[in-house]
Design a protein around this ligand. Structure first.
Ligand SMILES: [Zn+2]
Length: 395
């Protein structure tokens, strides 16, 4: 459509030129192939894109010629099944924790194709961790010769991340002050985005897990640290500097135990794995030294009073933090992940009680559910984020 005939208020200049229109239509089709169903008939694609079937046929043919989509013949051309081609490109998702590193290769729809998880001792500096990530990536690539080249990566870190830099010298010291993006790009040789791990978990639970279909959701990751990711309208809410959602450092008790952030009585200090371990110290005969989460949960299920009580206490405090969150944000749903989530209802039931007790009545019944993606949430979110940031289109 020539720009001179554009409706009042339509963009002027070249945006209405035939070339611009073609590329806008193509972007619409590619967008559906990436974020909608995995496979489409051409007829459905045309309907969903609001384009003429003939226009979609032309776009699909052009994309197929460039290897960006695969077309399987069906009944007639418009019945053919279209999907984004694996050869369109691959991305890398990385989740670095205090005790593990996960690396996954995904397609441009954000689906994980292959992944590896390795334990680390903790306290490694960023160079050592990135060398491990590099080695794991090489291993994943060697497993699939002929796979498309990596086009981008996303790196999740368990700390507040502002403008690609870990913004705390105590929470994640091996990375403090490091430009994580520059360091990862140098190690991996692809463009990298850096994100907080709870934000990645939130994105994954929102798009592929427990919060699928909601307009807004919050994901709380509770492991050795506690953080929240907030998703509104399909996008992670970052705040001004990028560190929104640090629920772990809400002050719940001024006289409470010292938190690793240096303050006292933070939510994290009253609900994390460490808190629970301290509460049950010496109380679980099967684990006389330091019990891990699974040992505490097993003991609680067998009726160990100290273990039950510790999980209940942690859950109540978590619920209190949730109350502040729902009062402020009124999300449709809260999902809970991280190591502590393995306690299931032993943690979630008291959390709902805490939420009811401290939240405004109108939001006190906000659903609180276990995350569906388990320990994979953050690495899946990293793959999704890397895929979302990668352009697919004709040259
Ligand atoms: Zn704190």
């Amino acid at each position: 459509m020539p720009s001179t005939t554009s409706a009042p208020g339509a963009a002027s200049g070249t945006s209405g030129s035939p070339a611009a229109l073609r590329s806008a239509n193509q972007a619409r089709v590619v967008g559906l192939l990436r974020e909608g169903a995995a496979t489409w008939s051409q007829a459905d694609l045309a309907r969903a894109a609001g384009l003429a079937p003939a226009t979609v046929s032309t776009i699909v043919r052009d994309l197929a010629e460039h290897g960006l989509v695969d077309v399987e013949p069906g009944r007639g051309r418009r019945g053919a099944v279209v999907r984004l081609a694996p050869a369109a490109g691959a991305v890398l998702g990385i989740d670095v924790g205090h005790r593990h590193v996960s690396v996954a290769v995904g397609d441009l729809r954000g689906e994980v194709v292959r992944e590896l998880r390795r334990p680390i001792v903790g306290g490694e500096d960023h160079r050592q961790v990135l060398a491990l990530v590099r080695a794991m990536t090489t291993e994943l690539e060697a497993d699939a010769p002929g796979a498309p080249p990596l086009r981008a990566a996303a790196l999740g870190l368990p700390a507040p991340v502002a403008h690609d830099v870990v913004d705390s010298d105590v929470i994640f010291p091996g990375w403090h002050g490091v430009d994580a993006r520059a360091a990862a790009e140098a190690a991996l040789d692809v463009p990298v985005v850096v994100e907080n791990d709870a934000n990645l978990g939130a994105l994954a639970e929102h798009l592929q897990g427990a919060a699928q279909g909601t307009g807004s959701s919050v994901f709380i990751k509770t492991s050795s640290g506690v953080g929240a990711g907030i998703v509104i309208g399909g996008e992670v809410f970052h705040g001004a500097g990028g560190t929104a959602g640090e629920i772990g450092h809400l002050t719940l008790d001024e006289q409470g135990p010292v938190c690793r952030c240096g303050k006292r009585g933070c939510l994290e200090a009253l609900t994390s794995v460490l808190f629970v371990q301290q509460q049950v110290a010496g109380q679980i005969p099967e684990a006389p030294a330091a019990a891990d989460v699974d040992e505490v949960v097993a003991a609680a299920r067998e009726g160990n009073v100290a273990a039950r009580r510790a999980l209940e206490e942690a859950g109540m405090q978590l619920g209190r933090g949730m109350a502040s969150l729902v009062n402020l944000l009124n999300p449709e749903l809260i999902s809970v992940g991280g190591d502590m989530a393995r306690a299931g209802e032993l943690l979630l039931e008291p959390a709902r009680l805490g939420l009811r007790r401290y939240a405004l009545d109108s939001v006190a019944a906000t659903p609180v559910v276990a995350g569906r993606l388990g320990s994979r949430a953050s690495v899946m979110g990293a793959v999704l984020l890397a895929a979302r940031g990668t352009e697919v289109g004709l040259p």
